[in-house]
Design a protein around this ligand. Structure first.
Ligand code: SAM
Length: 287
């Protein structure tokens, strides 16, 4: 019998004496120039992708993360997206959800080609949209890729790992400024923004840096069992469109239209859209 433990001891963690242990049936591993990839077949969570010791996604709970990083922003946009940029997200789950909105084009910029190849081979239910003809795969550093781009994207989604290693540059104000420029006038930026419970300072820094750049900044929350503490956050930075003022009736109609064409969503619905933005008191309390 094999058990895998993710120790929450890395930089930025507030729960250094804590971890999550999961029973494993099988393991595959490879080392790339960027990170160590581990694919575990677990007893309860199906296949699980681990990068440098940190759980990225599992077959059982990935729908929560991927639906929540995509749908609040895409439904706030309120029109058919033309061009969407996803930075990171090499497992393909975010692209799978974006495709449900029928965009004209999605660019996925992933620094590590091997994550994409691994996901295509081992995680077909997550990576299934990566071969869609509207999806362009670009193997590059998202920080470099976005430099100098202006007025191009309806939506930019940052689906990156913790701010250690190659993801660090995706948490900085200068990156957010370049993302702002790369968005159209009504464009929306969204990033995963770590656990407000287990990485409280990191989460607050993301929100603060985004507030320097975007006039509308809305953190929101979801429960993801295999992420540190289970309490997770995402943050939207927007130029003019506010996720909180989306018309509820129109939203309901649009969600049911999407479900008619793409199949049922398992987490996101029109009530979650508003409820997820409710902020528990402790998160932004002064220390
Ligand atoms: N859902 C995940 C989480 O929060 O744990 C993130 C999953 S996704 C697999 C993260 C991806 O971001 C990794 O495959 C990694 O290679 C990629 N990545 C990290 N830094 C990057 C950068 N600067 N540019 C593009 N991709 C990057």
């Amino acid at each position: 019998m094999l058990w895998f433990t993710e120790y929450y001891s890395g930089e930025g963690m507030d729960l250094k004496g804590t971890g999550l242990t999961i029973k494993v049936k099988n393991a595959l591993t490879t080392k790339t120039p960027f990170q160590e990839i581990l694919l575990l077949d677990t007893e309860d969570f199906g296949k699980m992708l681990v990068l440098d010791g940190a759980i990225q996604t599992t077959e059982k709970d990935e729908f929560i993360y991927h639906e929540m990083i995509v749908h609040p922003a895409l439904f706030t946009l309120g029109r058919k997206p033309e061009r969407v940029l996803v930075i990171g997200g090499g497992d393909g789950g975010t692209v799978r959800e974006v495709i449900k909105h029928n965009p004209e084009k999605v660019e996925l910029v992933e620094i590590d080609r091997e994550v994409v190849e691994f996901a295509k081979r081992e995680l077909p239910s997550i990576s299934c949209a990566l071969d869609d003809e509207r999806v362009e795969l670009i193997f590059d550093d998202g920080r470099e890729y976005i430099k100098g781009k202006e007025n191009l994207y309806d939506i930019i989604i940052v689906d990156c790992s913790d701010p250690i290693g190659p993801s660090r540059v995706l948490y900085e104000e200068e990156f957010y400024k370049d993302a702002f420029k790369a968005l159209k006038d009504d464009g929306i930026f969204v990033t995963q923004s770590e656990s407000p419970f287990a990485q409280n300072r990191v989460h607050k820094k993301v929100v603060k840096e985004l507030q320097k750049v975007f006039s509308i900044v809305r953190p929101y929350f979801a429960f993801i069992p295999t992420y540190p503490s289970g309490m997770w956050s995402f943050t939207i930075g927007s130029k003019i469109l506010d996720p909180l003022t989306v018309n509820p009736e129109k939203l309901l109609g649009k969600v049911s239209n999407l479900e008619k064409s793409a199949g049922k969503l398992k987490y996101y619905n029109s009530q979650i859209h508003y409820g997820a933005f409710a902020v528990p008191n402790f998160i932004y309390e002064e220390e």
